[in-house]
Write a protein that binds this ligand. Structure first.
Ligand code: SF4
Ligand code: SF4
Length: 310
């Protein structure tokens, strides 16, 4: 099974609608499983009008808890916290859990054994049915952290779902921009598609994103969305990608049918197959598989050269 991660340099670039259409197109001939690792604002299930199969809470981090019935107020623990999570209150310690890193130093100092480390509930894991395709998604609870760990949990559940369904491809709708969940989403991916728009700010953000992506050495392709809204910007993106040796594998024109499709909760390919956007997405999808093959050929050549050098 191969993993394809779809990223965008910023929110609103069209990442999730492109993911939904590519999955719909590939599922005609291949077994596909979907994952959504945009844990701050997951929306692939909305774009696909997916139905929820089951949910489970995620416990991705730990915090200290004080049993105030056992605490004698000796304040020994308050001097131990290097993270500013424990303060002296009026006769009792005050624990600010948001700062707690669960290092356990305070536990060793407590003569009453009143402190313990417990797992905390950070979010939810969801399994959806998106028109016959399994979709594993997750959502961070308000005020919680550990997004990277939550992404790890979503990906590992998605891999299990994909293996159970004998999937050929796991397609992951990643988070926008450059943040901790992007790094976690990249782990173990075979190919990355980066969605951008033809503007100079988007190009600047795309270049930063690609600098990070290239550390993981996946196959990489770029898609320019709404390519016709700024021809000069589109040329700048093409030139920059040519200099980097990254293929622009597709260009999608601005098409109001994409917005109508999002409103309907159905991929544009299914809703409006005759639209300009759907036509461009079909061309892109036909090139995706060759992205994996080209990378494999490059790796084989590198391997042969390494062997010859020894
Ligand atoms: S577990 Fe560590 S970080 Fe948390 S309150 Fe105790 S000393 Fe501070
Ligand atoms: S060290 Fe234990 S007993 Fe002393 S203030 Fe902290 S929690 Fe309470």
């Amino acid at each position: 099974m191969k993993e394809l991660l779809i990223l965008s340099d910023k929110g609103g670039a069209g990442k999730s609608s492109v993911t939904a259409s590519i999955a719909a197109l590939l599922s005609g001939t291949l077994n596909i499983t979907l994952a959504d690792t945009d844990v701050n604002a997951p929306n692939l299930h909305i774009i696909n009008k997916a139905s929820l199969i089951k949910s489970a809470p995620i416990y991705a981090s730990e915090k200290a808890f004080i049993d105030m019935t056992a605490c004698t107020g000796c304040m020994g623990c308050t001097d131990m916290c290097s993270f500013g999570a424990l303060m002296r209150g009026n006769g009792t310690p005050v624990l600010l859990q948001i700062f707690c890193e669960a290092c356990g130093a305070c536990i060793k100092e407590c003569p009453e054994k009143a402190i313990e480390i417990r797992q905390i509930h950070n979010g939810y894991l969801h399994l959806f049915d998106a028109g016959g395709i399994k979709l594993v998604s997750g959502k961070l609870s308000i005020g919680q952290g550990s997004t990277g760990k939550i992404v790890d949990i979503i990906k590992s559940e998605a891999r299990i779902a994909a293996q159970n369904d004998n999937a050929d491809y796991l397609i992951i709708d990643g988070p926008p921009g450059l943040c901790c969940p992007v790094i976690s989403s990249l782990k173990g991916c075979d190919a990355v598609l980066a969605i951008t728009e033809p503007t100079m700010p988007a190009l600047s953000a795309l270049e930063r994103l690609l600098n990070v992506v290239e550390y993981s050495d996946p196959a990489v392709g770029v898609i320019i969305n709404k390519v016709d809204i700024n021809p000069a910007g589109a040329d700048a993106v093409r030139r920059s990608m040519e200099e980097r040796g990254i293929p622009v594998i597709g260009e999608i024109p601005y098409d109001i049918h994409v917005s109508f499709a999002i409103t309907e909760g159905v991929p544009v390919e299914i809703c409006f197959p005759e639209s300009k956007a759907a036509e461009a997405l079909r061309t892109i999808t036909s090139k995706i598989l060759s992205l994996f093959e080209t990378k494999q050929q490059e790796r084989d050549i590198d391997h042969e050269q390494d062997t010859c050098m020894r």
